[in-house]
Write a protein that binds this ligand. Structure first.
Ligand code: ZN
Length: 240
């Protein structure tokens, strides 16, 4: 059984469709969403409909929560604030109710999913080092946990200490714990503009990080046509 595990879609429909196609071509029969379906890019409604259509486990991201609440937008950078205001105007109350009711943490089969960290799911901290990973591992009761939020794919492994592993393939071994950042579908920030997600092969006990090319130009055109900042369009070309 293969799971496609993806998140930080951020309203990028071209990237989401490319990832789902790649997952199907790689025989994924199950899907899991790590949150941040909306924000930044121009197709929040369409991406939300696509994720709902998969009828799969989903956890809440910080953008999902903020878009669905009435809280005042203070302390955000101008780009995030502009897209947040636009996204609030372009979702229905039904969409927002769905997003606000998503859980922060879920267990699926023998693994856990959370958008940010397990030590403080609602604090929206970032796991950007093995020290942050260690804090999250303290609250991880399954061998494998998948996260997102940084938009940078990463593999952390815990034995007697925590290490970050390079590469795109990870074999799961008994007695160890794994914290996996699946990267971002719709706004990668590791310098590689291709969409990022992971395939978890439960039978083979193997996790793959996949990078998928998509129609960036089309996604950019929609951002400009929606009146959103050209900086949001531009960053997609650079994976930043
Ligand atoms: Zn995000």
């Amino acid at each position: 059984m293969k799971f496609a595990i993806f998140g930080d879609i951020h309203a990028n429909l071209e990237a989401l469709n490319a990832v789902l196609e790649d997952a199907n071509e790689n025989d994924c029969s199950h899907f899991v969403c790590i949150g941040d379906i909306v924000g930044y890019n121009a197709n929040p409604k369409e991406c939300l409909a696509a994720v709902k259509g998969l009828d799969c486990p989903v956890v809440k991201g910080n953008h999902d929560e903020m878009v669905a609440s009435d809280i005042e937008l203070v302390g955000l950078n101008p780009l995030a604030e502009q897209s947040m205001t636009w996204t609030r105007e372009n979702l229905t109350q039904e969409d927002k109710t769905y997003l606000i009711n998503l859980k922060l943490v879920r267990q699926v089969r023998d693994f856990t999913i959370v958008h940010a960290t397990l030590d403080s799911p609602e604090g929206w901290g970032y796991v950007t080092s093995k020290f942050h990973a260690l804090e999250s591992f303290g609250y991880q009761y399954t061998p494998v946990c998948f996260i997102g939020h940084t938009h940078v794919p990463a593999f952390y492994i815990k034995t007697s200490s925590v290490e970050e592993l390079g590469g795109r393939v990870l074999d799961i071994e008994n007695g160890k714990k794994y914290l996996i950042n699946v990267g971002s579908v719709g706004q990668p920030r590791d310098g590689d503009p291709r969409a990022s997600y992971c395939i978890y092969d439960l039978g083979g006990q193997r996790i793959l990080n996949r990078r998928v090319e998509y129609d960036i130009k089309s996604a950019q055109r929609k951002i400009i046509d929606a009146g959103l900042s050209d900086k949001l369009a531009d960053r997609l070309s650079h994976g930043k």
